[in-house]
Design a protein around this ligand. Structure first.
Ligand SMILES: [Ca+2]
Ligand SMILES: [Ca+2]
Length: 473
């Protein structure tokens, strides 16, 4: 008896362990479905990593999902002849319940939810219900039409709302602004199910069940004019979500959710199995947070010269050896996976391909000339969430011997270097180890003296100085 039960027990434990990790992870996707109380979690690669089942005491089904500005997951749940919006934390504990009276069980596509910083909107039946954050009993209908299926807040504080045959822009209190026509197909929407809007490109995406010879469409449209720019077929396409990387995730009544580019080319799928409602936990924006010029000083280790991202460039005062070699390390908000670096100002070239490790990108440079401003431009840097950094230039002033970093090499730098001779190289004096040998000695003093008179801030002085060096005077 025990032997026969054991495998079953093991399988149960394994499944439970694999799905016990339901949590809120930046970039992860979350889905729900009609006729189910499950919320499924997928990692950013689209693999199922967790799930949460709503206790039946809290609702009959989970429908629309959206993350709020408070990082809680807002879920529309069917409750008998009405519904509720539950604000769930990452353990699935209900933090707030917003009760509604609309019969969202009445249509499989009902219950989509959208949020802005002030309100929660739920589409269902012929109504758009609006709640004020933090006020559970604030539910009020702000819009009516023939089968209201989706809403999408806009940057201007308005929202787009989709009924089965119409898309309107309204204020957040429901005042009508305009209708967006469909210009293309037969100039008429047929059974819209979902909408999504990209303010960056003013593009509107629409799913509709469609009509004869135009079934199950995903439409890409100009949001100002309604002109249809492209359409593809996806059976029972329904809820749409524009993810952090700009890809469109589309759920379906009968199909596994799919990813599309904004040009509606399919580029992947989400896990395995049909899911209707889709969303993503927010992702931090990809930004460059710091840059340094790094050199290893023999046995004393590596030391970094900060390269400010704005204002006056940092000053690299150390020698680059016979071939002018330097290394720059860039640090970002998120883990980065690829990208390019090129010299776009000054004399020098990028050597090899950049190295990516966690949230850093390391760029090796060679042939870097002295007494110049060098600009390295990062392009196409992409993070683990497929977000791409805009082209970003970072400049450094190359001035060997400028140990105090004021843009000119003079007696002050010589004196400062002399003052450190014989001292161990530390984070407070490493700039005086100008040849990065790991010791500060007469060689460093001699290098600073040899470059004395050179300047990054006075081009005329630099020209004279170079000429003097060239002629040996
Ligand atoms: Ca100086
Ligand atoms: Ca040295």
């Amino acid at each position: 008896m025990t032997i026969r039960l054991l495998p079953v027990l093991l399988v149960t434990i394994l499944i439970h362990a694999a799905y016990a990790d339901f949590s809120f992870v930046p970039g992860d996707y979350y889905t729900s479905n009609y006729f189910s109380r499950d919320i499924t979690q997928y990692n950013s690669s689209g693999t199922v990593v967790g799930s949460f089942t709503l206790p039946s005491t809290l609702g009959d089904e989970v429908r629309g999902l959206a993350f709020g500005p408070d990082n809680l997951l807002y879920a529309t749940v069917v409750r008998g002849s009405g519904f509720a919006v539950l604000a769930l934390d990452s353990s699935g504990t209900v933090q707030q319940t917003y009760p509604g009276s609309v019969y969202v069980f009445g249509n499989l596509s009902d219950g989509k939810i959208a949020l802005d910083n002030q309100y929660i909107y739920v589409a269902g039946q012929n109504l758009l219900t609006r709640f004020t954050f933090g006020q559970p009993n604030s539910g009020t209908s702000i819009y009516t039409n023939n089968q209201v299926f989706d809403a999408n807040p806009l940057p201007n504080g308005h929202l787009l709302v989709a009924s089965a045959y119409e898309i309107d822009e309204i204020t957040n209190s429901g005042t009508f602004i305009r209708s967006i026509p469909l210009v293309g197909d037969d100039n008429a929407y047929t059974d819209i199910r979902g909408i999504e809007y990209d303010p960056a490109t003013n593009t509107l995406f629409v799913t509709e069940l469609g009509h004869t010879n135009f079934f199950f469409q995903i439409l890409k449209m100009d949001a100002s004019t309604g002109v249809l720019e492209r359409n593809v077929t996806f059976n029972y396409a329904d809820d749409l979500f524009l993810d952090a990387s700009g890809r469109l995730l589309v759920g379906s009544r009968t199909q596994t959710p799919r990813f599309y580019t904004q040009n509606l080319d399919q580029v992947g799928m989400l896990g395995d199995g049909q899911q209707m409602f889709v969303t993503q936990y927010m992702v931090p924006a990809l930004q460059l947070t710091s840059a340094v010029s790094r050199k290893t000083h023999g046995g004393a280790g590596a030391f970094d010269i900060p390269l400010p991202l704005s204002g006056s460039p940092g000053v690299e005062c150390r020698t680059g050896g016979a071939t002018g070699d330097y290394t720059q390390v860039f640090t970002f908000t998120n883990n980065v996976v690829n990208g390019n670096a090129t010299v776009t100002g000054g004399i020098g070239t990028v050597s090899g391909t950049p190295v990516f490790s966690a949230n850093t990108m390391t760029v090796n440079l060679t042939g870097v000339a002295n007494v110049q401003t060098l600009t390295v431009t990062l392009s196409g840097v992409t993070d683990e969430f497929s977000q791409v950094l805009p082209d970003t230039p970072v400049s450094v002033n190359m001035l060997i011997g400028d140990v105090n970093g004021n843009g000119i090499v003079n007696a002050t730098d010589v004196a400062q270097t002399k003052g450190q001779v014989g001292q161990p190289v530390t984070s407070s004096n490493f700039r005086t180890d100008v040849n990065a040998s790991g010791i500060i000695n007469a060689t460093d003093v001699a290098i600073v003296k040899a470059h004395s008179g050179e300047s990054i801030i006075a081009p005329h002085a630099r020209a004279r100085s170079s000429a003097a060096i060239a002629t040996g005077h």
